[in-house]
Ligand binder design. Structure first.
Ligand SMILES: [Zn+2]
Length: 142
C-alpha cells in the first residue's frame, strides 16, 4: 500500500539551491517562476530574471525597460523574443508572447520586455516612457 504523502514541491538539496541562486536561476525561497531583478552573469547588466513557466521552464533574462509596440516589432524582427510580465498572486511571471498574445494584448496594455542581449539595447524611443512622477504637495490635505 502506498503511503499518503502529500504531493508538495520540496526544496532542492542545499548545495543545488546555493548553486541555482549563484547562477541566477532560483529565488532564495526556492525555484520558482517569479521574476526578480538581477545581474547578467556575463555582462553584469541589470536584468529581470526568472523562469518562463511553472513546468518545463526555461530561464529567461529580460531587459528591465518595457518596450512599446514599435519596440516589440523591432525586437521580433531582430529575432529577439518578447515576454509579457503578468502578476500572479505575489509574484511577476514572464510569459513568451506568440502571435495570439501580441494581437490580444498590445504593449500599451501590459508590460512587454525584450529578452536581454549582452551589449545590445534597442534605441531609447522604442521603450515605453517612464511614468511621470508628480511631486507630493508640501501641505497635506488635512
Ligand atoms: Zn548580458
Amino acid at each position: 500500500m502506498r503511503s499518503q504523502r502529500s504531493v508538495t514541491a520540496r526544496k532542492p538539496d542545499p548545495w543545488l539551491q546555493r548553486y541555482l541562486e549563484l547562477i541566477g536561476r532560483a529565488n532564495p525561497d526556492g525555484i520558482g517562476a517569479g521574476i526578480r531583478a538581477g545581474y547578467c552573469p556575463r555582462c553584469k547588466a541589470t536584468v529581470l530574471a526568472g523562469l518562463d513557466a511553472d513546468i518545463a521552464a526555461l530561464p529567461v533574462r529580460l531587459h528591465p525597460a518595457p518596450v512599446n509596440a514599435h519596440g516589440e516589432a523591432a525586437a521580433l524582427l531582430l529575432a529577439i523574443p518578447t515576454y509579457a510580465l503578468l502578476r500572479r498572486a505575489t509574484r511577476l511571471e514572464a510569459r513568451l508572447r506568440d502571435r495570439a498574445a501580441i494581437a490580444a494584448r498590445p504593449p500599451h496594455i501590459i508590460a512587454v520586455h525584450a529578452e536581454h542581449r549582452c551589449g545590445f539595447a534597442l534605441p531609447a524611443h522604442l521603450y515605453r516612457a517612464a511614468p511621470r512622477l508628480t511631486p507630493l504637495p508640501d501641505t497635506p490635505p488635512y
